[in-house]
Design a protein around this ligand. Structure first.
Ligand code: GUN
Ligand code: ZN
Length: 436
């Protein structure tokens, strides 16, 4: 019923990405309208353009929402995050393996209680909306109910979300492990129930190589064979001790990625978090298989994991999305994540242009998730997931913006000083899911 979602126009400055600046150059990578109109209907983008071009053609019945000192961009896409770690973000003092044992596993045990799981899922989805994130690739816990309630709550908000139950059958506390068979069966049931239901998708989710036996990884590969459009989501090469441990556990593998490769887990629907310390052979296989990496700068700095070599990975033809990796990541905000990504590049003597950052957090993320035919920018027909950002969100930002000349200046200030205070509104499928 089109009357249920009548056409609505949003008038503000509008910016969206058209392509990867690395491929086409900055000038051709984006579209910007200083006085723009975004026309949406039935959850989709009808068109975007300059107000002078769009407004005269609008039916007089269409409501026009006028937004002053605001910038509309596509909703942010978080290509790696753990919803069960919302309650233990900012845990002090450890690197990856001790951080997992001391903080993460004890918190994840609490998700045996489905009521607690739902409470955290709601809190998590509220936080995503508050930060302008409209799509995410999400880890659950080992408990299948944790993913069931996550999908239920995502469905209520009509969000495009990808999630999966953790597969973990060794090297973890006993009450946090499954078996190869139960992990396979539980994943299969969740796929049958949720995959491609509305805007939801399933990701087969082995935590990382050290917590799965070869038999469990084999069955994960079997699921991907049985359901070819399901995603695969895991961690890769984040921390030096982790890498050494993988080599001990899988002595027959050529390298870390090869463990996943040998079990049939590499494809254009595979997303590997981190991938900081990869050798040429691993890069070659990621590129050949069209797999993606989630670059998680706040997490990589927080756990002292290392500096992700973004330019080198892209030069080798590897798809990259941005991830917050909460709770090792320290912010739900993709704006804050872009700010930290800039600093990670600075430490490597490289620059990260704000238009490139915007691309990575929107259209680049959509491409990493093979969802760019549906989301990521304002091309006509795409789903209307967008955010209204306040250029005067804080006293400092307002003052600083008065000194900003170009679009690039403003965008860079926005992402360097911005966070959840910058997000006025978040829309999913044309409907408001958050208003500050
Ligand atoms: N490697 C295995 N599990 C995790 C996790 O929960 N967070 C991060 N950052 N790395 C991991
Ligand atoms: Zn992670």
């Amino acid at each position: 019923d089109p009357k249920a979602h009548p056409a609505k126009a949003f008038r503000a400055a509008i910016l969206h990405s058209l392509a990867n600046p690395t491929d086409v150059g900055l000038e051709d990578s984006y579209q910007y309208f200083d006085d723009g109109v975004l026309l949406v209907a039935d959850g989709h983008v009808v068109k975007v353009g300059h107000a002078d071009d769009i407004l005269p053609s609008l039916d007089p019945s269409v409501e026009v929402v006028v937004l002053e000192n605001k910038l509309i961009t596509p909703g942010f896409i978080d290509t790696h995050i753990h919803y069960p770690q919302t309650g233990m973000i900012a845990a002090y003092g450890e690197q990856l393996l001790d951080w997992l044992n001391n903080y993460t596993f004890p918190e994840e045990k609490r998700f045996a209680d489905v009521n607690y799981a739902r409470e955290v899922a709601v809190q998590f989805l509220d936080e995503l909306a508050r930060n302008g994130t409209t799509t995410a690739l999400v880890f659950g816990t080992v408990h299948k109910e944790s993913v069931d309630v996550f999908f239920q709550e995502s469905e209520k908000r009509n969000l495009r979300m990808i999630a999966g139950k953790v597969l973990m059958d060794r090297n973890a506390p006993e009450d946090l492990t499954d078996t190869p068979e139960s992990g396979y069966e539980d994943s299969k049931a969740l796929i049958e129930k949720w995959h491609n239901k509305g805007r939801l998708h399933y990701a087969v989710t082995p935590r990382f190589a050290p917590t799965s036996t070869s038999e469990q990884l084999r069955l994960a590969g079997k699921l991907l064979e049985e359901y070819p459009d399901v995603y695969m989501h895991t961690h890769l090469s984040e921390n030096q001790k982790e890498i050494e441990w993988v080599q001990e556990l899988f002595p027959e593998s050529k390298n870390y990625l090869d463990v996943y490769d040998q079990h049939g887990l590499l494809s254009s629907r595979s997303v590997f978090a981190h991938g900081i310390h990869l050798c040429d052979g691993e890069c070659k296989r990621l590129s050949e298989s069209d797999s993606a990496i989630a670059f998680c700068p706040t997490s990589n700095l927080f756990l002292g994991s290392g500096l992700f070599p973004l330019s080198e990975m892209e030069a080798k033809g590897i798809k990259v999305g941005m991830g917050t990796d909460v709770g090792a990541g320290t912010s739900f905000s993709l704006l804050q994540t872009m700010s930290e990504a800039y600093k990670v590049m600075q430490l490597q003597g490289k620059k990260l242009h704000p238009l490139k950052s915007l691309y990575q957090a929107t259209l680049g993320g959509a491409k990493a998730l093979s969802l760019d035919h549906l989301i990521g920018n304002f091309e006509s027909g795409k789903e209307a997931d967008f955010v209204v950002l306040d250029l005067h969100a804080t006293q400092l930002m307002k003052f600083r913006m008065e000194h900003a000349q170009s679009l690039e200046d403003k965008l860079f200030v926005l992402m360097t000083l911005g966070d959840d205070r910058t997000v006025c509104d978040t829309y999913s499928y044309g409907q408001s899911v958050y208003n500050r």
